[in-house]
Write a protein that binds this ligand. Structure first.
Ligand SMILES: *Cc1c(COP(=O)(O)O)cnc(C)c1O
Length: 761
């Protein structure tokens, strides 16, 4: 009897053929869990381990990814097909874990996949959020936030017996550790996500939406949400409670595991290396020092030990995202850590009296998390070449001057197992045919370049893209009742809503196109512009941009002259699952951030690997994408980062100057035209208009004309469909550099120095 039939018999006393999709999902989950349990962790054999601390892990659905990594996807899929079932339908039963929010969390998820695939002993450490960030819904063309209930009774996390006590000022909280197993592609061992939680958390305290709950009731609210709204003081304190909970538990876990393996703690560096993903886990430094001192190690030695094992990844140069906390807030939450932090700061003041900008505590008694992480870690890395250069020469220059050897570049990557093999099965199988299957392991697709001039390859790629559009069409119909034109050019901008990412610039292009069509210039091929992304509840302008897009979408949909040629869709609740539908269907990848502001981006890499052509600024990893594919296979526009940095330094950008230009003014004013006000909300549209005209901090208007011209060129180029797909071949073939396996190999060679152990073929 086949393994599937075995499970069906045992669990339901049925044939697979007679099971419904939920039953099949449940038996597949059981099967994967059993197969996973056969894989040991590496802790028995290896002393040293990586602890990857991150406030988020945006892992996406687990089932099919695990089937792929176990190497049994095809076998199971074929058997299901033979029984009239579809894995895609079965997957609808699975809820996407809501443990992350955007690029940073998705990066952490790609990293744990690659770490495990490469046979590195390494776990992720984070929190088990019950409702994640939030689920996004649209009402009246505006974003509404509701709790994302993903922790149903069938899920992939497993309660463990491990528990620690976390001391706060007024009480002690007892944690529970949950594990989520991470499988590596055809690997012999597993790693884990170690997610801490509290048994006393109580969802019933949420009154409405995701904002209204008692922020002071820490025992009941601690792990309800990722990044709780920090516009109130209580909200900010809650974030500190969370951060401390993550790192205190994580630190105790590290010491517990090291001691079990025989560490005397003086030699902790032989047992652990810690990578902190952005500043949220930075309190691990004083906390680990505190715990070592508690165990009898002297403060200076403890500091040296912790500094020698902690490495920091910087993700942004946006000032508002460089975390800092008032000492008084830390006193409210964990006063016992403040002594350590003051002592660490005193040391820095004595050592670097002439570099006050690097001190940990500033004149306003505010603790700068990145400063602590850089001084007291042994490595700092940026996430793309340009980003690391900007860190060295401007954002973190005072630190680079002190520690030139601490700085490294680790250009981000994505796992091809999820983003090609799982998300785009048809492309994946075609690549297997063309270049063999070694790319599953090394992402080397350069052999595909040989087919750039092969007519049949171009036709096949086009057919694959068309099928992906049909797959997306079905999803959009099911979820939103929208009819996608599968014959249209699909132009996609999917990422968190932020002014620096400039969704508003794309919206202004839509306005340009709308007016152009109204003037009788009908595009040869219809165009569908798809947006997806959440806006932070406290970020008003980002919500206004969502409103602009949704209002535009409605106005165009109801305009019979324009609707056949131009469609605007904003998908509700963009997440990893949605991304897996959208990315394979994309012709155009929008990567139009203001140069210098996007640290790397990873959406750009996913879209490239799926054959979309990029329109983008020279920002983040776009620069490296251009280096890989060459100028002929990417559409670059806009001011460069050094020009933008100069403008900021000289305070020399004046949006009004651009606004009054002949080509720009009508587009911006369209936002508050009668038509828009008819469908939209006056306050939101006026506020956004005013923002663009009087401030435009992220310089949308500076690049608008160049953007429109470049996009028009791109649309003209699409009409030579063979030439277009040749470029697409080059993009796919050159995408291998952006494998997160390469990124992890870089981290390991320069920072972690852990043994690697490739699995068996
Ligand atoms: C990859 C990814 C992101 C990051 O996108 P960027 O374009 O790099 O900002 C955000 N959200 C989801 C769901 C993703 O899969």
């Amino acid at each position: 009897m086949s393994i599937l039939e075995n499970y069906a018999k045992r669990m339901y006393n049925k044939k697979v053929y007679d099971c419904d999709n939920t039953e099949i999902y449940n038996l597949l989950m059981e099967l994967v869990t059993d197969e996973t349990a056969k894989l040991p962790t590496r802790d028995q054999d290896e002393k040293k381990k990586l602890y990857y601390f991150s406030a988020e892990f945006l892992i996406g659905k687990v089932l099919s990814n695990n089937l792929i990594n176990l190497g049994i996807y095809n076998q199971i899929n074929n058997e299901l097909i033979a029984n009239g079932k579809s894995l895609m339908d079965i997957e609808h039963t699975e809820k996407e874990p809501s443990l992350g929010n955007g690029g940073l969390g998705r990066l952490a998820a790609c990293f744990v996949d690659s770490i495990t695939k490469m046979g590195i002993n390494g776990d992720g450490v984070g929190l088990n959020y019950h409702f994640g960030l939030f689920k996004q819904e649209f009402d009246d063309n505006q974003q509404v936030t509701v709790p994302d209930e993903w922790l149903t009774d069938k899920n992939w996390i497993r309660r463990t017996q491990i528990s620690f006590e976390v001391p706060y000022r007024d009480f002690v909280l007892k944690s529970t550790l949950y594990d989520l197993n991470i499988l590596g592609y055809k690997q012999t061992h597993r790693n884990r996500l170690r997610l801490f939680d509290l048994d006393s958390v109580n969802p019933n305290i949420i009154e409405e939406g995701t904002i209204n709950f008692n922020k002071n009731n820490i025992k009941e609210n601690l792990t309800l949400f990722l990044y709780p709204d920090d516009s109130s003081h209580e909200g900010r304190l809650l974030r500190i409670y969370q951060q401390y909970f993550m790192v205190s538990n994580g630190a105790q876990l590290i010491l517990h595991e090291a001691k079990e393996k025989g560490s005397n703690l003086h030699d902790l560096a032989d047992y652990a290396v810690i990578q902190i993903n952005d500043t949220h886990p930075t309190f691990i430094i004083p906390e680990l020092i505190r715990l070592l001192v508690e165990k009898g190690i002297d403060f200076d030695e403890a500091t040296d030990i912790v500094s020698s094992i902690t490495a920091f990844t910087n993700h942004t140069i946006l000032a508002e995202a460089l975390e800092k906390w008032p000492i008084s807030d830390l006193e409210c939450v964990m006063p016992h850590l403040v002594d350590e932090i003051r002592r660490l700061d005193d040391n820095i003041r004595q050592k670097y009296p002439n570099n006050p900008e690097t001190w940990i505590i500033d004149d306003y008694s505010t603790v700068h998390m990145a400063n602590m992480a850089i001084h007291y870690g042994f490595s700092v890395n940026g996430v793309a070449e340009l980003h690391t250069e900007i860190l060295k020469t401007s954002a973190l220059k005072p630190f680079y001057d002190i520690y030139p050897d601490k700085f490294h570049n680790m250009t981000n990557g994505i796992t091809f197992r999820r983003w090609v093999m799982d998300a785009n099965k048809e492309l994946s199988e075609y690549l297997d045919l063309k270049v063999g299957t070694l790319w599953h392991r090394n992402a080397d697709l350069r052999g595909f370049l040989d087919f750039k001039d092969d007519e049949r390859t171009l036709t096949k790629l086009r057919a694959i893209k068309h099928n992906s559009k049909l797959r997306l069409k079905k999803r959009l119909k099911d979820r939103m009742g929208i009819d996608l034109d599968e014959h249209s050019i699909i132009d996609i901008q999917i990422k968190r809503m932020h002014e620096y990412k400039r969704q508003q610039m794309n919206a202004l292009w839509v306005i340009y196109k709308y007016c152009d069509i109204k003037n009788g210039n009908i595009p040869e091929t219809p165009i569908t512009v798809i947006f997806g992304g959440k806006a932070a509840p406290a970020y008003t302008i980002a919500q206004d941009i969502i409103h602009l897009i949704l209002t535009l979408s409605e106005l165009i949909r109801l305009d019979d002259e324009v609707a056949p040629h131009l469609q605007v869709i904003m998908v509700e609740n963009y997440n990893v699952t949605y991304a897996q539908y959208l990315i394979p269907a994309a012709d155009i990848s929008e990567q139009i951030s203001l140069a210098s502001k996007e640290a790397s981006g990873t959406g750009n890499m996913k879209l490239m690997a799926n054959g979309a052509l990029t329109i983008g600024t020279l920002d983040g990893a776009n620069v490296e994408i251009r280096n890989e594919v060459g100028d002929d296979n990417i559409y670059i526009f806009g001011k460069e980062s050094h020009e933008i940095i100069d403008l900021y330094n000289q305070n020399a950008y004046n949006s009004h100057e651009y606004y009054t230009r002949e080509q720009i003014k009508p587009l911006v004013d369209f936002i508050i035209s009668h038509g828009m006000l008819y469908f939209g909300n006056e306050e939101r549209l006026y506020r956004l208009h005013n923002e663009l005209v009087t401030k435009d901090y992220f310089m949308t208007l500076i690049d608008l004309e160049d953007y429109i011209e470049t996009k028009e060129q791109m649309l003209r180029d699409y009409e030579d469909i063979d030439a277009w797909y040749k470029k697409s071949v080059v993009n796919i073939a050159k995408s291998g550099f952006f494998s997160s396996d390469r990124t992890i190999a870089n981290y390991n060679d320069t920072i972690w120095h852990l043994p690697v152990s490739y699995g068996e073929e």
